[in-house]
Write a protein that binds this ligand. Structure first.
Ligand SMILES: [Fe+2]
Length: 201
């Protein structure tokens, strides 16, 4: 997150047709980018499992992006916001926050595991193709379910309970972490991904 966003406490309009706080707008924008990454990963897996040519370096870069940004920047900001909102929530609503935060932990493990499986196959490992497929499909499905649950239930709830003071508390503690693809492009580290995106445009 860039420094300029720390002081950005104004309300912005979103695609939902209602006004959301700028931090939620930022998370919503991240989700759009994550959807793009997941769609690309899914397409690459389709090619690979159909026996067509697919780019393993690209797949590994996609997983690396998820590890670098989703797990280390995006989810920690969500956790901070969820924890700040907790004092306003009833037991069922707290349970929703618990579920999402435990999904963040599982997603870290699953992202690492699938990236390692891809690297193993790339290096000539003996992992069965169908095992890799199950792992990849489950990973994409879980990520999507998680994003949907946040968008449909958690964000509107958070937006309705958080006060200006709560948002100031979030702003004061926000984890600093730039997005290395969509905010501060690292075209060396994510070479294949940028190649793909520029050809797709
Ligand atoms: Fe999340």
């Amino acid at each position: 997150m860039r420094q300029q966003s720390h002081d950005c406490l104004k309300i912005q309009s979103t695609g939902w047709g209602i006004d959301m706080h700028s931090f939620l707008e930022k998370l919503h924008k991240d989700h759009g980018n994550l959807e793009k990454i997941l769609a690309l990963l899914s397409l690459q897996l389709d090619h690979f499992f159909a026996g067509r040519e697919s780019n393993f370096d690209l797949k590994i870069e996609l997983m690396e992006y998820l590890e670098t940004y989703a797990d280390q920047g995006h989810h920690p900001l969500e956790n901070l916001i969820f924890n700040t909102a907790r004092k306003h929530l009833d037991a069922d609503q707290q349970e929703l926050m618990d579920r999402l935060q435990s999904q963040h932990e599982s997603l870290v493990q699953l992202t690492r595991k699938f990236r390692q499986s891809l690297e193993n196959v790339l290096q000539g490992g003996v992992m069965p193709r169908d095992e890799l497929e199950v792992q990849g499909r489950e990973f994409v499905a879980l990520q999507r379910q998680h994003l949907d649950l946040e968008e449909s239930e958690a964000f509107p709830l958070i937006d309705s309970v958080m006060t200006a003071e709560d948002w100031r508390e979030v702003a004061a503690n926000i984890p600093a972490h730039d997005d290395p693809v969509f905010e501060s492009p690292d075209k060396v580290r994510f070479y294949n991904l940028f190649e793909y995106l520029s050809n797709a445009e």
